[in-house]
Write a protein that binds this ligand. Structure first.
Ligand code: HEC
Length: 134
């Protein structure tokens, strides 16, 4: 029975595939709904159900874009990233899962330098781009 170890490994593969399939890949829209819309509102206008309870109104995230219609991705991502770590953490709470670095992408936020960036942070920032008022 020299093949047993290999067979054992093979027999666990379908189970692993099953477990993976149950957890859908996170999307920018899904993460926004889960982590941001409570304060910023489902459409990002700053009118979420928690907005009234905050000392400071949540930013209107549909107006981040400049005249070219594009948001500054580097600035936006550092706002989101910084908010979780800085004293503003009380306003924008822990986004731990968005900042996990086990899944990063090489992302060029406009300076021509691809930088390893947490995938979900990029996704949620790209989702904000789709919310920009035209
Ligand atoms: C607990 C409420 C709350 C949650 C949850 C929250 N925010 Fe905020 N957010 C705020 C408030 C309040 C401000 C304004 C903060 C300030 O000016 O200091 C803000 C500001 C911002 C800004 C800066 C806008 C600008 O132009 O300076 C960005 C970008 C932003 N939020 C994105 C997000 C994203 C993305 C999420 C979800 C991952 C999120 N926020 C979750 C309350 C929240």
């Amino acid at each position: 029975m020299r093949l047993t170890p290999a067979l054992l490994i093979l027999s666990t593969l379908p189970l692993a595939a099953c477990l993976k399939a149950e957890e859908p890949a996170p999307t920018g829209a899904g993460d926004f709904a889960a982590y941001c819309s409570g304060c910023h509102g489902a459409g990002g206008k700053g009118d979420g159900p928690m907005a009234a309870t905050l000392g400071k109104p949540p930013a209107d995230l549909t107006r981040l874009a400049g005249k070219d219609g594009k948001i500054d991705m580097a600035r936006t991502m550092s706002k989101i990233y910084g908010a979780s770590a800085s004293h503003r953490g009380d306003l924008m709470p822990e986004f731990g899962p968005l900042l996990e670095t086990d899944k990063t992408v090489l992302y060029d936020s406009g300076d021509g330098i691809p930088t390893p960036t947490p995938l979900r942070l990029v996704q949620v920032a790209e989702y904000l781009q789709t919310l920009q008022a035209r």
